[in-house]
Design a protein around this ligand. Sequence first.
Ligand code: GLP
Length: 260
Amino acid sequence: MEVVIRRDAADVAAFVADIIERLISSSPAAVLGLATGSSPLGVYGELVRRHRSGALSFGRVSAFLLDEYIGLPPGHPATYRAFIEQHFSGLVDIPPDSVHVPNGAAADVDAACADYEAQIRAAGGVDLQLLGIGGDGHVGFNEPTSSLASRTRVKTLTSETRYDNARFFSAIDEVPHHVVTQGIGTILEARHLVLIAVGAAKAEPIARAVEGPLTSMCPASAIQLHPHATVVVDEAAATELTLIDYYRAAFAAKPSWQFP
Ligand code: GLP
């Protein structure tokens, strides 16, 4: 695992956008795994800016979202499909049919989950998976005690996560209790994980994810099992890391030929 500490959210966004731009330059038909929430917003803003400047095309890219709410009507502004269209896919040239979102409105949700896994496999797997982290250490919507081998399935949100996400709804009562999320096992199959965290509220969960222990009580700690994980944090989110000096030194001494 590599831990990269950048000064602020803008530097985090530029660093992660560089990783994605480099991937698409070498693999124009790359498969991106997209996260929602506020953490990746800066990255999406940066990618949109680069696209508009003519430097970056997503014309052959496809994308898979991590998760979706169950029970919201299609088109509801808090659905993750609406979120990703508003902040990224609707603002670049990625073909709408190439943006896949778990179907939280399916009559048979279990079948839709199995189908989602099949779609990821058919696309050749995810090349780069963006991740945020919840205050309780969740990734996607894999809440604490999620199986580290889990696949795409229905989960029940904790009250902490419902409270955290209430800002996207007009009232806490409107936040669904149930969601569909890629499992930890699904996420770990992506070829490169890029976990983003900004702000002091993420310092504690980031320290638990990066420095362990590996435990389903902190689902994000499963990134320790991945052979190619990059954790990109700002100074505020780095404050609880025990080995912060080591991460800084390793990054400063990184050979120029070694790119994330
Ligand atoms: C939601 C999403 C996660 C995200 C988390 C953190 O629960 N399902 O994918 O990582 O929120 O959100 P934020 O980045 O807004 O702090």
